[in-house]
Design a protein around this ligand. Sequence first.
Ligand SMILES: [Zn+2]
Length: 258
Amino acid sequence: MADFVPIDEAMKSALKEYGEDFYKEYLRRSIIYGWKDIIGETNAKHIKPLRIEYKRLYVYVSDSSWRSTVYAYKSTYLKNINEFVGEELIDDIVFGKPDEKPVEVVKKNDELEESDPAEEIKKINLTDEEIAEIEKSCEKYNDSPLKNVFLETSISRLKYEKYLRKKGHHECPKCGRLCKPEEKICSDCQRKERDQLYQEIRNIFYEVPFATYAEVKNEISNRMPEMLSYCQPDVVDRIKSNLVQEICSTLTARTKRR
Ligand SMILES: [Zn+2]
């Protein structure tokens, strides 16, 4: 992608508001899409990004002489990459598996735009009513130098929301946050629900210390039927053994004190 535009500060903070994971994912994609600009067109023909795991970038090279090039220029490439995204995101470049081939991200123009969220978000228009509402919510900052920052962030945020809705995201029925099309409730609420289930299973063991899996499952089906499918044998086992360990260590501590 020749004319990749790095995200500006307003977009950056809007992206960050949707969580660190989303933001990091955006930066990772930026590296893949902005690859040519990062290492130069000639190099990019022979050294191709495959994927990013933790802080490692896996690359494909067309032959062994390019492998040597990567070794020789690794620190320069790393510097360019991190400057490009404006974060210390990558700390090593390594080679992918021998049979791992790069995915061609640059195909047709329209396909490219489809796959770059920042470009797509920029194209989303807000209605006059939406803008008026945002301006109204910013009124309290009228005399503050922060007004524009707040305004820009709110606009980016609403555009991002509209973009997600276009992609099929829907409101979480529990908290109202947008969640992925394939999810019934958002990941935050999922975690909360699972925590509640774990707590309930612990309670059952406090009440009936030698409860079997079938008994626990039966109790859960009465107390929180919507969570029954998460009440799997391995989960119950893990909670039980954690509980036993906790009790044992409390007992050991008490015996030592005597
Ligand atoms: Zn939720």
